[in-house]
Design a protein around this ligand. Structure first.
Ligand SMILES: [Zn+2]
Length: 86
């Protein structure tokens, strides 16, 4: 039995011509026995503003953008704190 100690990961990044948005599709498998890994905790489908997984659970589809194009989590926290103070 393989204990799955080594991994191969692939990331395919796509730019959607119609919206100009970017998606990163990620797959992971054991590099010794080739078993693919399922992604946990994500709903199936596609969300161009978030993270989803293929119906078989094997491909994570994650919306991405160039650094600075959208507020990062820290900037969003700072904005929310400011809003609550004011
Ligand atoms: Zn394995």
């Amino acid at each position: 039995m393989c204990k799955h100690m080594n991994f191969a990961a692939q990331v395919n990044v796509a730019r959607m011509e119609d919206t100009g948005q970017f998606m990163a599709d990620i797959t992971v498998r054991c590099s010794e026995c080739n078993v693919p890994f399922q992604f946990l905790g994500m709903e199936a489908g596609i969300d161009t503003h978030g993270a989803r997984v293929s119906v078989d659970g094997l491909e994570a589809r994650i919306a991405i953008c160039p650094q600075g194009a959208r507020p990062n989590p820290l900037q969003r926290m700072a904005f929310n704190v400011k809003r609550f103070d004011g």
